[in-house]
Design a protein around this ligand. Structure first.
Ligand code: NA7
Length: 539
């Protein structure tokens, strides 16, 4: 494409055409604003565009995950399973893009390299990595909390001559797994989905596990025709329920404390949770399981017993039981026959804390104890979560200040949507908002609707500059820290606390999320809007 001499000018530039970017575009169009969405991928869908690895699927009930803004869309779309697989979700998002004619404002294959605020013009100058420039009054990031993937920092990683993929860069073409000798590095939610899916297909599977996680059954199944009718008739009530649960899931915390009920009743309750689909076991457990170490230890013991029952080799079972963190203090992977995969004769588990990986070689992986040959290495090694994607773009605010520098000691935000010195910029699903502990489309819709309200006010009142006040940012950032106080997850390393051994400097735990629950977060955002945007300067 020929370079334009003048930057193409828009009212709003949105970065990212995933769930958030698509919905934001839809809402801004309703306001009659000119919008351009830049997307790194060749298509829409974000997470669901990139994560094509075998076994990728929802952990949220499908019908709770779809957009809620269009009754027609809700009624015409049939989810086939209670927890849909990636291809279905990607076709859903493509359907949304077509149905609402969104593609004409989306520019694919376009990675934003920098966004620089021109204070004199009160505009954002956005440059793509091919040098093309654009400008807009407002800038909205919809870049996702888990989009900056990270490969393991292991010597020799580029020397392997077989096939090798990071799960979030899985090829679009079919990958033949039959008869192959495969290694999987990583046992987070992604690794678990991959391992359980490919174990029956490959000739040999070796799992390199550094930290086991507490995995619980997903209990997925097809949606029957009758259920489909019930789901469609029940959407209004279901969305109303989701507005009141802490994470916008259909699961709500049990108000009882673990030790308030008799042992027999407690066991029966936990057995029931273990037998039910989805995140209920994490989200609808006793109210103190994620805050009281004793309650947490007792429930962790319950899950450990389940693992011992399911894994035949007691030594392997012990390796699969987490010893350095309690249940639910890291993201709980949802599984389908994951533990049973280790009962297959061609599946083996390597504990990389006991025998660390020393090197990836041309033919495989060498640990301190052995050398393994592989045809394929799958890295399920996760993401530079929540702030990583922000660091891949040079954001320069007032006076050339870099966002990276503003957040050097952890994010500083107002409502998780704005940062001081970065006027007219809004971070959907950014750090400090409720969305990364949320059934994410629900919190995305809230974020987008709130920003859209502000855009409407700006349009109607001729406001050219919108900015968070320093004291509001300081108060919010302190509020975020206070809300997380006493939560067990803050004492554990994981992406939820911003730890990533593969990225320089990500070795300090951070509070990245709002922990007060989505309803309280929404109420606070609404209060700010109805008060005429307290804590912000509009001029
Ligand atoms: P996660 O949950 O961050 O998991 C990454 C896994 O990879 C985890 O088991 C890591 O072990 C392991 N890992 C990372 N680097 C290495 C190296 N260098 N050597 C050995 N093992 C390593 O990412 P996922 O993709 O599974 O899930 C991310 C989220 O996406 C998920 O929670 C869903 O919400 C969607 P560690 O635990 O760090 O010891």
């Amino acid at each position: 494409m020929a370079k334009l001499s003048q930057p193409a000018r828009f009212d709003v530039i949105v970065i990212g055409a995933g769930i958030a970017g698509l919905y934001q575009l839809y809402r801004l169009r309703e306001l009659g604003l000119t919008v351009r969405v830049f997307e790194t991928g060749s298509g829409v869908g974000g997470t669901w565009y990139w994560n094509r690895y075998p076994g990728a699927r929802f952990d949220s009930e499908s019908y709770t995950y779809g957009y809620s803004f269009s009754e027609e869309l809700l009624q015409e779309w049939n989810w086939s399973e209670h927890f849909a697989a990636q291809p279905e979700t990607l076709s859903y998002l493509n359907h949304v893009a077509d149905r609402f004619d969104l593609r004409r404002d989306i520019q694919p294959d376009s990675r934003v390299a920098s966004a620089v605020f021109d204070e004199a013009a009160l505009r954002w100058e956005v440059t793509l990595d091919d040098g093309e420039c654009f400008s807009s009054r407002f800038l909205i990031t919809a870049i996702g909390p888990l989009s900056a993937h990270t490969l393991p920092r292991i010597p020799g990683i580029s020397s392997f001559r077989g096939q090798s993929f990071h799960t979030s860069r899985w090829p679009r073409e079919a990958v033949d797994l039959a008869g192959r000798k495969v290694a999987v590095i990583g046992t987070g939610a992604t690794g678990v989905q991959v391992i359980q899916t490919i174990a029956p297909q490959v000739a040999q599977l070796t799992v390199f596990q550094r930290t086991p996680n507490w995995c619980t059954p997903l209990h997925n199944r097809l949606i029957t025709e009758e259920e489909q009718r019930t789901i469609k008739a029940g959407y209004p009530a279901m969305f109303e329920l989701l507005r009141h649960t802490p994470g916008c899931y259909i699961h709500n915390t049990d108000p009882r404390g673990t030790f308030e009920v008799k042992e027999e009743e407690r066991e029966a309750f936990w057995e029931r949770l273990y037998g039910e689909p989805g995140f209920g076991i994490w989200m609808a457990n006793f109210r103190d399981v994620l805050t009281d170490p004793k309650a947490n230890a007792l429930f962790s013991d319950f899950v450990a017993r389940k693992i011992r029952q399911r894994v035949k080799d007691p030594e392997v079972a012990e390796m699969l039981i987490p010893k350095n963190h309690g249940f639910g203090t890291r993201r709980v992977p949802q599984e389908t026959s994951y533990y049973e995969a280790y009962n297959l004769p061609h599946v083996r588990l390597v504990n990389t804390r006991r025998t660390p990986i020393e090197r990836i070689t041309e033919t495989g992986i060498r640990t301190s104890a052995a050398e393994y040959a592989f045809d394929m290495i799958i890295c399920a090694t996760g993401f530079d979560a929540v702030i990583g994607a922000f660091e891949q773009i040079e954001f320069h605010g007032v006076g050339g200040r870099r966002l990276k520098d503003h957040w050097v000691n952890g994010p500083k935000t107002y409502l998780g949507l704005m940062s001081v010195g970065f006027p007219n910029m809004f971070t959907i699903v950014g750090p400090h908002n409720a969305s990364t502990r949320c059934n994410i489309p629900r919190c995305i819709e809230q974020n987008v609707d709130w920003v859209t309200g502000l855009m409407r006010a700006a349009r109607d009142r001729g406001i050219a500059r919108v900015e968070a006040r320093p004291e509001a940012e300081a108060d919010w950032t302190q509020h975020i820290e206070e809300l997380a106080d006493g939560m067990l997850y803050t004492q554990v390393d994981s992406w939820l606390t911003g730890i990533n051994s593969n990225v320089e400097g990500r070795n300090v735990r951070r509070i990245l999320q709002y922990q007060g629950g989505a309803p309280a977060y929404r109420a606070r955002c609404d209060e700010v809007a109805t008060s005429g945007y307290v804590g912000m300067t509009l001029s």
